[in-house]
Ligand binder design. Structure first.
Ligand SMILES: [Zn+2]
Length: 618
């Protein structure tokens, strides 16, 4: 997933015991692995999912039939569920009584079903509930075409359980077949083999025959059409933005070539991208075969496509080699961020990727500043026991993880590091992995078992200690030296029209705006706006930085456009910093409350919840 900000609440976890039960068959919530399931005893292997999607009731009626393997002659199979109404359960064709534990906020209810050692199939008839965190339902007016409603899911980290009763732990992998009935005129797509055209009956079949963790199950339904980019890549989105999206993403085949050169063959068949409606809560989600992405990356000049490189890289780090528990998220996100920069280096040049590294470094520093350098969450391997996995999604696993790998690459040399990376993906493919497994692999392939070498590079300090070791590579990109010099001149004497910014990329603009003092005069703000039309910027990243500066300096001419931006866009990366900036003053607080009331219906339920909490706490 692309940097979402941590949501969610700290929860006192209560262990729920199943009745009646002997000790080996008690259903209890495991606060370290965030699941009720008993995957050490019984493992689900394949899902057959028959679903009818009802847009009026905003719910899914479904029959989930799971094939499973009973590894320890267990007497029960345990599932995760979240706000599901379960009507009937059959085990090998015979109806059985089941037990649901009391509801735990954020985690749901454990579902315990009796089985014998001969059983291998359980079918669960159920309906999803109004609290389902995986789904966002949009009214027609919230879409680009404004004609049909839309629904999309976001199952990472532990939301799949609100869509399907499942063993919702990344250490388990499953295959699936799905048959989904949607309203006529709409198309459904999943993280699976997808249709490329709408069909008359609006009944769609899907196969994901490669085993995936449940957080990678995904579904989107709407007025969706497809345009191929080449024989294995393409774009799905609403008709009115299809051509523009396909143009913007035309470098995907080149990215894929670069990714395969580094990670080894792409193993998932097709690679397509779904451009979701603007309220999509995060940048992108690496759903296998079909990345879901925010439309805010469509800037018109391909300047924000590194996000696609990121999601594509997850086809290796994350989807192929998966963190076994959420404490090891850096194995998914740090490796992916490093991999993303390498893809971008291949399709651009080092002067370009140096800028990406620096902006990422600034994001990481901003989290160090917020959390404090010695905060336990600044370690790469974090402790999410008794905490929601969403708490792990700061910039640290992404950027500290990536720069750690960069440090290793610089010290052992690129050829050796690349050989390690390739070997790491092929050896651990389709397996859950842990920090410890990764370290053993590094010892063997990077250090030839020489622990002195490893200690010299402070590898354990990087992973298990807070803060940033002193061997962190950090350079000021050459293209930013020029930007910084011009910014200083602008702060003191230069007028905006004299700035030589014509050839600046998005990244140079971000560097310029981020470093301007928050005390910049209104005259200087107006001058910049007049020359560069920043208030009306169609580039979401630039607009976001500009609005932050506008709030800090009190530059009111930008407020109407910012309000519009906050009402259209649901991407947490933009929303939280803007609302936080407003909350710094009493006047801004009033404005934030007013905007939130108007805009909240466009936000994903999790995003709205998080912002509501932020507003209340201020
Ligand atoms: Zn990611």
């Amino acid at each position: 997933m692309h940097k979402i900000l941590a949501q969610i609440f700290l929860i006192t976890v209560v262990l729920q015991a199943c009745k009646p039960g002997n000790s080996s068959n008690v259903i209890e919530f495991n606060p370290a692995t965030h699941t009720f399931s008993n995957i050490k005893d019984v493992r689900t292997k394949h899902l057959n999912w028959e679903a009818i999607v009802d847009f009026d009731k905003k719910q899914v009626d479904a029959l989930a039939t799971w094939s499973f393997e009973n590894l320890t002659k267990a007497k029960f199979i345990h599932f995760d569920t979240y706000d599901l109404t379960i009507r009937k359960i059959k085990v090998n064709g015979k109806e059985v009584q089941f037990f649901l534990t009391p509801f735990l906020e954020s985690y749901g209810s454990g579902l315990s079903i009796p089985i014998t050692e001969k059983d291998s199939i359980v079918s669960i008839e159920y309906t999803t509930g109004p609290k389902a965190l995986a789904m966002q339902w949009l009214a027609p007016e919230q879409t680009a075409g404004k004609k049909m409603p839309y629904m999309f899911t976001q199952c990472e980290s532990i939301q799949a359980r609100s869509l399907i009763p499942c063993q919702d732990a990344p250490a388990n992998r499953i295959t699936y077949h799905a048959s989904v009935q949607v309203p006529k005129g709409m198309m459904a797509v999943m993280s699976a083999k997808n249709p490329t055209e709408k069909n008359e009956k609006a009944l769609y079949d899907f196969d994901m025959e490669i085993p995936i963790p449940t957080y990678l199950i995904a579904l989107a339904i709407g007025d969706i059409e497809y345009q191929a980019i080449d024989e294995r890549t393409g774009v799905y989105t609403e008709p009115s933005q299809l051509e523009q999206a396909a143009r913007e993403l035309s470098d995907i085949p080149a990215m894929m070539k670069a990714a395969e050169a580094l990670g080894g063959p792409y193993r998932w068949g097709k690679y397509d991208v779904l451009i979701a409606p603007p309220s999509f809560p995060i940048g992108g989600m690496e759903n296998p075969r079909l990345t879901f992405a925010t439309p805010t990356i469509i800037a018109g000049d391909k300047s924000l496509v590194s996000l696609i490189a990121h999601e594509m890289a997850h086809s290796w780090s994350g989807n192929l080699v998966t963190n076994a528990v959420w404490d090891d998220l850096w194995l998914n996100e740090g490796f992916t961020t490093y991999f993303e920069r390498r893809i971008m280096e291949s399709i651009t040049d080092t002067s370009y990727t140096e800028m990406l590294w620096e902006l990422g470094y600034q994001d990481m520093q901003s989290d160090f500043a917020t959390l404090g350098m010695t905060h336990a969450d600044t370690r790469l391997r974090v402790d999410l026991n008794k905490r929601h996995p969403g708490d792990g999604f700061s910039n640290i696993p992404y950027e500290k993880g990536a720069v750690f790998l960069r440090m290793l690459e610089r010290n052992v040399g690129r050829p050796k590091f690349d050989a390690f990376l390739n070997q790491y993906f092929s050896t651990n493919a389709f397996k859950p992995t842990t920090t410890e497994i990764c370290l053993v692999f590094m010892d063997k392939h990077l250090f030839e078992g020489d622990t002195n070498k490893r200690n010299q590079l402070k590898v354990r300090e990087w992973i298990y200690e807070p803060s940033l070791p002193d061997n962190c590579p950090h350079l000021t990109p050459s293209r930013f030296v020029n930007v910084d010099a011009q910014r200083k001149d602008f702060e003191t004497s230069l007028t905006a029209s004299k700035l030589n910014a014509r050839n600046w990329s998005t990244h140079e603009w971000l560097q310029f705006l981020r470093k301007l003092p928050r005390t910049l005069s209104l005259e200087k703000m107006a001058d910049l706006d007049l020359v560069f039309k920043l208030t009306q910027s169609g580039n979401s990243e630039i607009a976001d930085e500009w609005y932050k500066l506008a709030i800090a300096t009190g530059y009111e001419p930008a407020y109407a456009a910012m309000t519009d931006f906050l009402s259209r866009v649901g991407r947490m990366k933009f929303l939280e910093p803007l609302y936080s900036e407003m909350l710094k003053t009493p006047k801004g607080k009033e404005m934030a409350k007013k905007i939130f009331e108007q805009a909240r219906m466009n936000y994903h339920p999790q995003t709205a919840g998080k912002l509501e909490k932020l507003l209340k706490a201020s």
